[in-house]
Design a protein around this ligand. Structure first.
Ligand code: NOJ
Length: 763
């Protein structure tokens, strides 16, 4: 009976709103000016047909609209009111034309939202997000996002599919480079900064764009590190280890959120009501709109949870408002509505969220405000913006080894840059929008600029990989990609033998990581290993310059080189920033946001792991019947938080303002940090907490705070952190966020391994 009444009301409401498809229902300027946002959206909703509302949920991609965008099939769909937004559109002229169709030729005249993956820059390209996270400086992410927004908003784009905040503990997963690494606190800080950078404090400003936090949820925990694979873990493990960055983005006011491809607990994330309703909407109060990932609704059929109508229903009921690519909402929602499976109110709420986003972006007031090619010409990729990219890069590349101070380069007459990545400019821009890679500077030129009178020679040294297919697939130079191994090596050794120092530019090409680029082996390909062995055999100092989108397993090569500088995928100013660090113009300061394993088999590997009932004794290398391997140590090659500089720091005098904390009190942790070397530097001081006993097993340590401190050579500073009860909280077995009284260790140090510790009690 109750059901019948509801559906009668539904039908009545629908009838009340039914408008003839012939009416011109477009909004007027007066309406926009006179009405509040809610009144305006109510007015629009009351004039929209159910079909038009469902049209707002549809997100097709741009595709081919040539020769005349207005005559393309996409334009026809927009004209018919079947499209809420489009993405990855190329060129502001086409945005203008398609927007004109939406605003002037569709019955309801609602502008479309234009999205794109602007994830590490638009025209000014920043180093990849994982690298930026290694700066432990949220302000860098904010600055990069701000510049990205200023530039993308000249090209018609008002909505970016960024930040990606998926916690990633497994470098086999190729998308590790897109996020902030393995730590939830660092990830959350970065997420907030990213969102602030894109959105500013006024979304309607034509230089800000809407962020879309992704991929919700737990996408980085894919089984075996293989992209799109299932994820399974307890809810408390999810809440404690993975969810905080998404929550932080919501707290920072992110306008939209993208679901993930993976399943969780046997349910696709795109139709997971605990994730999407209970946590996201109820617990966190998210009121922005949710978009599926690319065909993720359709892929629920492959996951095996229903047919097209059923999965569309499941996703929609979970509050997924927009369907990227699949057209499943387009094909199913009207049917589902007519069959009383979804209600008028549900359609209205989702549509309201879409219209609200467009309103906030100022699209109703000026649908073309993000189409400012003139501003783009003047203000994109300026020297000033590029210098920000260069500074951020120098703060993001990690020095992992430096024996006998081989770096910075000094007193050299001849430098040899050798390796398959030494002159591959296409590998520098980093992911998603690759700009015009050929205009990127080469490393040799950048070094010559900074090292007056030094001869810089180059040789390729080896192929990227042994496997021909791999080489072909993962190099941008498709012509004549393979060289003769023996010949390449012969030339390299020839070049190296005349040099004082060798820079071995090796690692991964940019296309070897990213979406759909999981790796089962993180070791260097044999071609590159042989090159390193041969360079080592020359007896000259060898600096490994590691280009990579993720941590690699360098157990075999690490002993063969004198220094390792990880330069990731470096961005527009990669070559200059690398030269800045190699020459010592800038002192390295970055620390790893993700653990470098010894060997692939240790993955997933992360610093904030649990202890096991049979932990390893600290000095043991192997013991039967305890939790260890018979063939490799448990420890990684380089732990989370690790990174060197051209100076050294000494930590001493760790102390607490009190050995007791109460719910309302704050304890100050102080430590003296001295720059004990000869050059000025910036040190990232890290504070970890270990909860000794609690109701669910604690991790061995968890990052709770960090500070970047600038110290002149010889200078000492006292670094202080305030600790309160909020920082001791975790999700217990009932998923309540609590702190439990007891003893806690505070650990402070230059990385997650080399810490000093002191204890306090929470009363
Ligand atoms: C699929 C990716 O998973 C997602 O990150 C991206 O934003 C969309 N494609 C759109 O390009």
């Amino acid at each position: 009976m109750k059901l019948r009444i509801i559906s009668l009301i539904t039908i009545a409401l629908a009838a009340a709103s039914a408008v003839s498809a012939k009416d011109d229902a477009r909004y007027t300027r007066a309406e926009l000016e006179k009405k509040t946002k809610t009144e305006f959206i109510d007015g629009l909703l009351s004039r929209m047909t159910i079909e038009e509302k469902i049209g707002q949920f549809n997100l097709p991609s741009y595709g081919n609209v040539k020769p005349d965008p207005k005559k393309s099939p996409l334009a026809d769909r927009i004209r018919r009111g079947e499209v809420g937004g489009i993405f990855n559109i190329n060129g502001v002229d086409d945005v203008i034309k398609l927007q004109e169709v939406a605003v002037k030729e569709s019955r309801i005249g609602i502008p479309i939202i234009i999205g794109a993956d602007v994830c590490s820059g638009y025209e000014t390209r920043f180093t990849m997000p994982l690298a930026m996270a290694c700066s432990f400086k949220p302000a860098n992410l904010e600055a990069a996002a701000r510049i990205s927004a200023e530039e993308a908003s000249t090209g018609g784009i008002c909505w970016t599919y960024s930040p990606m905040v998926d916690v990633s503990r497994d470098a086999r997963w190729g998308r590790s480079r897109e996020g902030a690494g393995e730590d939830p606190l660092l990830g959350a800080d970065m997420a907030r900064a990213w969102v602030r950078g894109y959105q500013g404090d006024n979304l309607a400003d034509p230089t800000t764009i809407m962020a879309c936090v992704k991929h919700y949820a737990l996408y980085g925990a894919a089984e075996s590190g293989r992209d799109y694979n299932p994820v399974d873990m307890s809810r408390q493990a999810a809440m404690n280890g993975f969810m905080e960055p998404y929550r932080a983005a919501v707290e920072a006011g992110v306008g939209s959120l993208m679901t993930s491809f993976n399943e969780f607990e046997g349910i696709p994330a795109t139709g997971h009501s605990w994730l999407l309703r209970d946590v996201l909407r109820s617990r966190w109060g998210f009121d922005g709109f949710v978009v599926s990932d690319y065909t993720a609704i359709q892929e629920m059929v492959n996951h095996g949870v229903g047919n097209a109508d059923e999965v569309a229903l499941q996703a929609f009921k979970c509050g997924v408002d927009m369907d990227m690519i699949a057209d499943y909402y387009h094909d199913s929602l009207l049917k589902l509505y007519n069959a009383n499976k979804i209600t008028f109110e549900e359609i209205d709420s989702a549509c309201r969220r879409m219209l609200s986003a467009k309103y906030d972006l100022g699209l109703f007031h000026n649908p073309y405000q993000y189409c400012d090619a003139e501003r783009g010409k003047k203000e994109n990729r300026t020297a000033e913006k590029l210098s920000v990219a260069r500074r951020i890069a120098t703060e993001s590349y990690v020095l992992m080894k430096n024996e006998d101070g081989v770096l910075p380069l000094k007193n050299n007459k001849r430098i040899a840059i050798i390796g398959p990545l030494a002159d591959v400019r296409a590998d520098m821009p980093a992911m998603w929008r690759d700009g015009s890679a050929t205009t990127y500077r080469g490393l040799a030129d950048a070094l010559r600029d900074q090292l007056d009178g030094v001869e810089v020679a180059y040789a390729r040294g080896c192929n990227l990989a042994d496997d021909e297919k791999m080489e072909y697939n993962f190099t941008d130079n498709k012509n004549n990609v393979r060289g003769n191994e023996a010949e390449l090596l012969r030339v390299a050794i020839d070049v190296a033998s005349g040099a004082d120092v060798i820079i071995a530019a090796i690692g991964e090409s940019a296309s070897m990581s990213g979406e759909g680029a999981s790796r089962a082996t993180l070791e260097l390909p044999d071609t590159q290993r042989r090159l390193i062995e041969a360079l080592h055999a020359t007896g000259k100092p060898v600096v490994m310059l590691l280009f990579t989108g993720r941590p690699l397993a360098l157990q075999r090569e690490e002993p063969l080189v004198d220094a390792i500088l990880t330069v990731w995928e470096g961005g527009s100013k990669a070559a200059d920033a690398i030269a800045d660090l190699l020459t010592g113009r800038v002192n390295p300061s970055a620390k790893l946001a993700m653990t470098f394993p010894l060997v692939t088999g240790q993955c997933p590997i992360y610093y904030n792991h649990k202890r096991t009932g049979r932990p390893m004794a600290p000095e043991a290398w192997y013991t039967r019947y305890v939790s260890n391997y018979i063939d490799v140590p448990n420890e990684p090659l380089y732990p989370f938080g690790y990174g060197l500089s051209y100076t050294t720091y000494d930590y001493s005098n760790l102390r607490l303002s009190s050995a007791e904390m109460t719910a309302g009190s704050t304890i100050t942790v102080s430590v003296d940090v001295k720059n004990t070397g000869n050059v000025d530097g910036e040190e990232i001081v890290q504070l970890y907490i270990h909860d000794r006993i609690r109701s669910i097993t604690p991790p061995v340590k968890e990052l709770k705070a960090y500070k970047r401190v600038a110290l002149k050579a010889g200078e000492t500073a006292t670094v202080r952190f305030d600790l309160d009860v909020e920082m001791l909280k975790f999700y217990n077995a009932d998923l309540d966020f609590v702190a439990e009284p007891g003893e806690f260790d505070v650990m402070v140090g230059p990385n997650s391994r080399d810490t000093q510790s002191i204890m306090f009690t929470l009363k």
